[in-house]
Every structure is written in C-alpha cells, then in structure tokens.
Design a protein around this ligand. Structure first.
Ligand SMILES: Nc1ncnc2c1ncn2[C@@H]1O[C@H](COP(=O)(O)OP(=O)(O)OP(=O)(O)O)[C@@H](O)[C@H]1O
Ligand SMILES: [Mg+2]
Length: 460
C-alpha cells in the first residue's frame, strides 16, 4: 500500500481530533441539558408536594372531613399541571385529579424522596411521592410532571448535533487539506530543487524562503550541508587528480628509462644503471602508494590505531636513531634533548614514531649541509610537547597555512628533488589529531622552522 502523504495524514488527524471534540461536546451538552431540566422539574415537584403536605396537615387539624374538597379546590387552580393523587395506607384513593385519572398512575408502593421517571400510556412523567401521617393513618401524596416537551427539546438537540457533525467534518476536511497543501507547498519546491542537484552541479543552492520559519531553517541547513558536501567532493576530486598525476610521473620516467635502455644499452653496466634508476623510482612510487593508502584508509575511518600506553621518550628516541643516520648522510648536526621522566600517552607507538620521523625527515630534507637539527621532548601542564627545530630554508608566510594540505609543496621542484610528494605533513596532522593532539609550526624563511606537537598525557 502506498504510504499516505503528510497532507493526507495531517487532514486525517485534524478530522479525527475534530470528531472526538464534537462527540465530547455533544455528549457533555446532552447530559448537562438533561440533568438541568430534571433538576428544575424536581424542584418544582418538591414544592408542589410540600404544598399539598402542608395543606393536608392543616386540614387534619381543623376539619378532616373536608379533605377531599380542600384538595380539589387546591388542585383546580393548577389546570395545566393537574397531576396529584393521594391514597391511604390501604391503597384507597382519597383524591385523584382529572389528569391522574386519565393517565391512571398506579398506587405508589412507598414514599420516594427523589423523583423518578415513569411511562404512563404514551406520556413520559416524572413522579415524586411524599408521606404524611395523621391519627394513626399514613397517606401518600403523589405529584407528577409531564416530560414530553422537555424530552422533545433534548431529542431535537441530539439530531441537530448528529446531522450537523458530518457537514462540519466535511468542511473541516476540505479546509484542512487545503491549509496543509498551502503550508507544505514550499517543501515540494525544495524537493524539486534538491532533485536537480547532482555531483556535477554541487555548486547550486536551494532558494531560501525569507519566512523566518522551519522551512527557512530547513533550506539554510540543506544549503550548509551542500556546502560541506561540495568542499569534500572537491577535496576528493583534487586528491584523486593529484594522486594520479603523482603516479604518472614516475611511471613515465620508468618507462622512458627502460625504453631508452633497451634501445641503446650495450653493456651490462648500461643495463645495470638503467635498472638502478628504475628501482629508485619504484621505491619512491611504493612509498607514495603506501602514503596514499594510509590517507584513504584514514578518511574511510578503517585505519585503526592502537590505544595503549606509549612511552613517548622511547618512541622519539627510536625515531631519532633513524633521523641521525639521515642527518649524518647530509652532514647535519643532530642533537636531542629528551626529558628523562617518563611521559606516557595513550595511542599507537608505530603511528607516533612515524609522525616523529616525518618531521625529522622534513627537517633533514629542507636544511642545507652544515645546518643543525634539534629534537626535544618536555612536559607542559597535562601535555607532552615534542619539538623539531631546524636551521633550514624555512617556510614563507604565504605557504605556512597550506603545508598541511595534501600534495602541497612550497617549492615543487626542490621537494621533488628530495623525493617528496607533499603528503608527509597531512599524515603527521592526522596522527596527531587521532591522538587528540595538535601540531603547529613557526618558521622564518632563511633562518629555520620549529614544528611542535602537543599530545595529552595519560593521567596516572
Ligand atoms: N622543516 C621544514 N623546513 C622547510 N620547509 C618545510 C619543512 N617541513 C615542510 N616544509 C614544506 O612543507 C611542504 C609539505 O611538507 P610535507 O612533509 O607534507 O611534504 P614533502 O616533504 O614535500 O613530501 P613527503 O610526502 O615526502 O613528506 C614541503 O614540501 C616543504 O615545502
Ligand atoms: Mg615531508
């Protein structure tokens, strides 16, 4: 079954609630009307019965023989509501008014202090019975009131409610449907506009209705979401393009080298030279692919890091051991100043070592022979701070904000010369952030750079 549209659901709810309200009001009105009428009739009956009782009391004292005449006289004044009968304890009639005789209400079995309904022939009556004793005899006074007019009025009310309700409900349903259609029309527009946006038109935005309501907020939120999608999409596209470009260059180089060698090499030495060139390119390419894989896996959230206590000093010393070899090869002075107290962080020792090596590698790469590199580790409040200071070429103010971007190299030619592709710092930042840490840089062109990594220490 096709699910109902919001418009139909809203209308259905609206009609259902209205139906419930009408029913409630109808029933409450009906009950209140009936009770109100009965209350005033009952008060009237009680007044009548008390009046007769008082009259009888007086007659019993003064001239009991005149009881019937007195009752008739009393009753003759009440032409329209002539419902009175009095009997003695043996059920013998002392007095019966004309209408009582006509409707022939039976002898009351006992006194009743609240009124009750009786159907006599075809006239609904409300009846009240009172007792009075005199000289050892008990008499029952019965008064009644016809209810037909009242009940007709209640009936009319009932029918009016029953007949009008469907009409009201139909009008409400049509009105409700029209209203919800009007209110939801902008949603259709948003849906249509959203359908037109695809990967090649991610720059498009939805029109924002200036209504200040939920729909304005919805369009603005969707637009912000589109903005985020657009920038990640662009980032991925750029990443793919850069990655293919970076892969194409070494492949082309290897191909040319092999082709030229096949065509021109004559000695084993020639072939060997060509093979060595190819091997060097292959090594660079594998390292590139490995970095790419790592970043892709990190983006997809599948690159899992360990979360165990890691002794940072140990980790940094291990990285420095490799760093020293690199520095020595380039005749750079390499010093380390690692705090002896144990600084533990929670994380992955391989990833952290890799992070340190990336920074040492850069320091070595971008510092001319004769320069110096200083690595330090110290505690600052609740963090461990690892510092990598070099006296290298430095980074210009224009490049500084971009060096952590993927494939960004301040000087492409120079970096490529050292085998750099511009992924090291992207990986470094990812590792630092995955450890809830941060990485920052200060640099002066021509003087040198300092990279600082701050990692939250493990509490006890
Ligand atoms: N210590 C440094 N001194 C001067 N420039 C630096 C330093 N570290 C990084 N840079 C600049 O920042 C750029 C990005 O560094 P990153 O480590 O990401 O890439 P890369 O070293 O070129 O390549 P690789 O992916 O092999 O590390 C470098 O190309 C370089 O221009
Ligand atoms: Mg690097």
């Amino acid at each position: 079954m096709k699910p109902l549209s919001i418009r139909l659901k809203l209308t259905a709810w609206y009609v259902a609630i209205l139906l419930a309200s009408i029913s409630l009001v109808g029933i409450a009105g009906f009950v209140a009307m009936k009770k109100g009428i009965e209350k005033s009739v009952d008060e009237n009956l009680e007044g009548q019965a008390d009046g007769v009782k008082e009259l009888m009391g007086r007659v019993f004292q003064e001239e009991p023989a005149q009881l019937q005449d007195e009752l008739r006289e009393h009753q003759e004044l009440r032409e329209q509501a002539d419902f009175l009968q009095v009997c003695d304890q043996n059920g013998r009639w002392i007095y019966r008014s004309r209408l009582m005789t006509h409707y022939d209400l039976p002898v009351p079995s006992k006194a009743s202090y609240s009124a009750y309904d009786v159907m006599s022939v075809d006239l609904p009556l409300r009846v009240l019975v009172r007792e009075i004793s005199s000289g050892g005899d008990t008499y029952r006074i019965q008064v009644a009131a016809p209810m037909d007019d009242f009940y007709d009025a209640i009936d009319r009310f009932k029918w009016i409610v029953l007949l009008l309700s469907p009409l009201v409900l139909v009008v409400a349903a049509v009105g409700g449907y029209w209203l919800s259609r009007r209110a939801l029309a902008p949603v259709d527009q948003i849906t249509q506009a959203a359908q037109e946006i695809n990967s090649s038109s991610l720059a498009k935005r939805l029109q924002v209705p200036q209504s200040g309501d939920e729909l304005q907020r919805l369009s603005e939120t969707l637009n912000r979401m589109l903005g985020r999608l657009e920038s990640s999409f662009n980032r991925i596209t750029r990443f793919t393009a850069d990655a293919s470009h970076e892969l194409r260059t070494p492949l082309a180089l290897m191909r040319t080298t092999t082709e030229v060698s096949l065509r021109t090499s004559q000695t084993v030495g020639d072939y060997r030279e060509a093979q060595e060139e190819v091997l060097a390119e292959l090594e660079k390419t594998s390292s590139l692919v490995e970095k790419l894989m790592l970043l892709v896996r990190a983006d997809a959230g599948v690159e899992t890091l360990q979360h165990i206590p890691v002794n940072l000093a140990e980790c940094l010393r291990a990285a420095c051991k490799d760093g020293k070899i690199l520095a020595d090869a380039k005749q750079l002075r390499f010093t380390e100043d690692i705090e002896s107290s144990e600084l533990f962080v929670e994380g992955d020792s391989h990833a952290l070592q890799r992070l340190f090596l990336i920074l040492i590698d850069n320091a070595v790469k971008y510092t001319q022979s004769g320069g110096s590199i200083k690595v330090g580790l110290s505690r600052r409040n609740d963090s461990a701070v690892a510092e990598f200071r070099d006296t290298g070429i430095g980074i210009s103010v224009d490049d500084l904000p971009n060096i952590f971007d993927r494939f960004y190299r301040a000087d492409k030619a120079r970096s490529r010369e050292f085998g750099g592709v511009g992924l090291g710092l992207s990986i470094a930042r990812w590792v630092a952030e995955a450890h809830r840490g941060s990485i920052e840089v200060q640099s002066t062109p021509g003087t040198g750079s300092v990279f600082r990594i701050s990692l939250p220490l493990l509490q006890d």
